[in-house]
Design a protein around this ligand. Structure first.
Ligand code: ADP
Ligand code: MG
Length: 697
């Protein structure tokens, strides 16, 4: 077996290819393509089937097809309007004649000469005896081209680059870079039905026909991507195992626990214990706390903070929105100040003097617990002795941001919290470098939220229900429709809604407003007033989606619910049902297709975040990718973490196997096959070069 892993060409810069100089390389760079490998992994978005060739006489009106024909006479030009240059080509293929009409393509027509053979791909128009094709794709057929009509890949492009150019570069790259031995052993590929890499490349870029083999090819490429990811996770885990965390001992938290208005649920005690034992150990904690909305994560996090603080360390808590930061500040002060713990808030828009003073105090070790948003990440935020780093609603942050926060201490303990409903199977596979604690169950006395889908015709009844709710001294959220185009427009629609409700529907009630475009101080005021019960009905945008906790709010009305995603609806609904009263969630549906119907039905029928996550997964169409931003998941280009779950599991198993072979090998116990050893080394090396900067600080 040839064991050398030939990557010379794959790792070469694209400029090593014919016809790629500085300018072209710059365009490719814009698409994230630097190396020949990147180029090859730039897979087609879709394909155009130009393989069906029709004789001209057999074409059918309206059909999209390929015609191979010879230019019969010189192109005829006319200019019916000032901006319209019209060319007519008369072509024939032995079966008949066709007119090809081209608009504003003077440049392309220059290459057309009588007697040339061309391929035309477009839609046929037949009127009586006239057969026409307007603005088809057309390519001159090279003399040595034995099969000009084929399936053609269509790639994502950038301005200044054409399909033909990119296709040529990819063809060239394949000629140069393919032909080496496969990274993966034959036996492994055969067992798992994976294609050879070279074949997969050929198949995915230039398939013979549109069939299932393209998907089989994609799977092989996705597997390699996932294997790299899983090896990366292993490395991170291994590196982390070496990090000496701040030693904290076991602090007594009895007094704080005593002071709480409730006793911890069994699940909370268990999770807290998991964290405290981590923090006692000499290794830095690296833990993910997963718990559905309203499951009571905050108090557990605060208790862990108390432990760190009593051991002599500072704690920082990062949250995605200022509203949430304010809210955490209030509850942290209430819970912790009686125990002489100093809590501070670092906001994005603080006055310079105020901010400077706080930063000074931080370095000197003044505040014990600092709560804040992204504003915590700037370089001038320096701690005296940071021992515990907590990120709330971590799915709102990128991996890099979390790492940046942890970088503010010397290997502090790390806790990330999330209510993002990622199916458990998936979270184990992609958070493999984290220990996971799960907070299952909700605090006692909660009544399950009742959810109803309603139509416009029900509006007056719903308004009466809102009034009744307020009369019973409870509060209501009205969530405005999602406006994808801009936050500006969303803010505007929220303002209009608040106007209407205040002046025309509930003149006797107090209607409040909160949206993302308001000044921070105004947002704080609105939230404080709602929490204090001075606002009856709060009109809001999705700014209240994460974390907001007002237990007295028992009704949530969501306008145009069909526009929201399933997990977003679940998060929003989680803002009610936080106290002992029966809560209701009312979803106004105003259209939406089949998928929207199913989504709303799912949310009506279940309140289990994990079940909804699974449903969400099934309802999502293929190609709906999951960016790093939104889910805190690593970004994959070829694999879809949700859809390729089995492949991900296989990648994990194989990565584990390779790592174990490798570890044993260094201890010279069992000689692993040389190919496996080299593969592992190679993947490690690739991981360090490419992936690591994305994941680590
Ligand atoms: P989430 O997990 O969504 O962040 P929170 O931490 O905001 O949830 O908790 C939701 C509500 O549950 C809060 O009002 C909190 O005070 C309350 N809570 C937390 N733990 C308990 C408990 N053990 N018993 C009763 N209420 C609790
Ligand atoms: Mg929370």
């Amino acid at each position: 077996m040839n064991c050398s892993i030939e990557t010379k060409w794959l790792d070469a810069s694209v400029t090593a290819l014919k016809g790629i100089a500085k300018k072209r390389a710059g365009l490719l760079r814009k698409m994230g393509i630097d190396t020949v490998r990147d180029l090859l992994l730039h897979l087609p978005l879709r394909y155009e089937d130009r393989s069906v060739v029709r004789p001209i006489m057999e074409t059918v009106e309206g059909e999209e097809c390929t015609i191979i024909a010879t230019i019969a006479s010189n192109p005829a030009h006319s200019r019916p309007r000032k901006n319209l240059s019209l060319w007519r080509l008369s072509v024939s293929d032995g079966s008949g004649h066709m007119i090809v009409v081209l608009f504003n393509q003077d440049f392309a027509v220059k290459n057309v000469q009588v007697g040339d053979r061309f391929l035309f791909f477009g839609t046929v128009k037949r009127q009586g005896v006239r057969i026409e094709m307007a603005n088809p794709v057309f390519d001159k057929i090279k003399e040595d081209d034995s099969k000009p009509a084929r399936v053609v890949p269509i790639y994502g492009l950038t301005a200044g680059l054409s399909q033909n150019q990119l296709r040529t570069h990819i063809q060239d790259a394949m000629k140069k870079a393919l032909g080496g031995p496969d990274l993966l052993p034959d036996a492994f590929l055969n067992t798992h039905g994976l294609m050879l890499w070279d074949n997969a490349m050929q198949m995915v870029h230039f398939p013979e026909q549109l069939d299932k083999s393209i998907e089989t090819a994609r799977k092989r490429l996705a597997f390699d991507e996932l294997l790299e990811l899983e090896i990366g996770i292993q490395v991170q885990r291994r590196d982390h195992m070496k990090k000496i965390g701040p030693p904290m001992g076991r602090q007594d938290l009895g007094d704080v626990l005593q002071s709480l208005p409730f006793s911890l649920m069994a699940a909370q005690s268990r999770v807290l214990d998991e964290m405290l034992s981590d923090m006692e150990k000499p290794l830095a904690m690296n833990r993910l706390l997963q718990g559905d909305v309203g499951s009571g994560k905050t108090v557990v996090a605060f208790l862990a903070a108390v432990s760190a603080i009593r051991a002599g360390y500072q704690t920082v808590l990062m949250v995605p929105t200022e509203i949430l930061a304010e809210q955490h500040l209030t509850s942290a002060k209430r819970m912790l100040e009686p125990f002489n713990i100093r809590v501070s808030l670092l906001k994005g828009n603080m006055k310079k003097r105020e901010r400077d003073r706080l930063l000074q105090q931080l370095v000197e070790g003044g505040p014990d617990l600092v709560i804040g948003t992204h504003a915590l990440l700037t370089e001038d935020v320096v701690f005296h002795k940071l021992g515990l780093v907590i990120t709330d609603e971590q799915h709102r942050f990128g991996v890099r941001q979390r790492a940046a926060l942890a970088g503010k201490g010397t290997s502090p303990h790390v806790l990330v919290m999330t209510a993002t409903p990622i199916p458990r199977t998936l979270s184990l596979l992609v958070y493999g470098d984290l220990d996971i604690s799960v907070l299952d169950g909700l605090p006692p006395g909660r009544k399950p939220i009742r959810t109803y889908i309603v139509k416009e015709a029900m509006r007056s009844r719903i308004e009466a229900f809102i009034r009744k709710t307020v009369q019973e001294r409870q509060q209501v959220y009205v969530v405005c429709p999602l406006v994808a185009e801009s936050e500006e427009m969303q803010a505007q629609s929220a303002e209009e809604m608040a106007e209407r409700l205040q002046h025309h529907v509930f003149p006797d009630l107090c209607v409040g407003l909160i949206h993302g475009k308001m000044k921070t101080a105004d947002k704080e005021d609105a939230m404080a007033a709602f929490l204090a019960g001075r606002i009856d009905v709060l009109v809001a945008t999705t700014v209240i989606e994460v974390g907001v906790n007002v237990p007295n709010a028992t009704v949530m009305v969501i306008e145009n619910a069909e526009r929201f995603g399933l997990s977003q609806l679940h998060q929003l609904r989680g803002r009610v049902g936080r106290g002992g009263e029966q809560s209701h969630c009312i979803l106004f549906q105003n259209g939406g297709g089949k998928v929207a119907n199913e989504r709303l039905k799912a949310i009506e029928e279940s309140t289990d975040g994990f079940l909804l996550a699974e449903t969400d997964l099934k309802l999502r169409g293929p190609g709906e990718m999951f960016g790093t931003q939104q889910h805190g998941l690593p970004e994959c280009h070829i694999a879809n973490l949700y859809e390729d779950l089995e492949l991900l599991q296989l990648a994990k198993d194989y990565a584990t196997y390779l790592a174990s072979q490798n570890a044993q090998n260094t201890m010279e116990v069992i000689p692993a096959s040389t190919q496996e050893e080299m593969l592992y080394d190679y993947l490690l090396q690739r991981f360090s070069a490419r992936l690591r900067p994305l994941i680590m600080n």
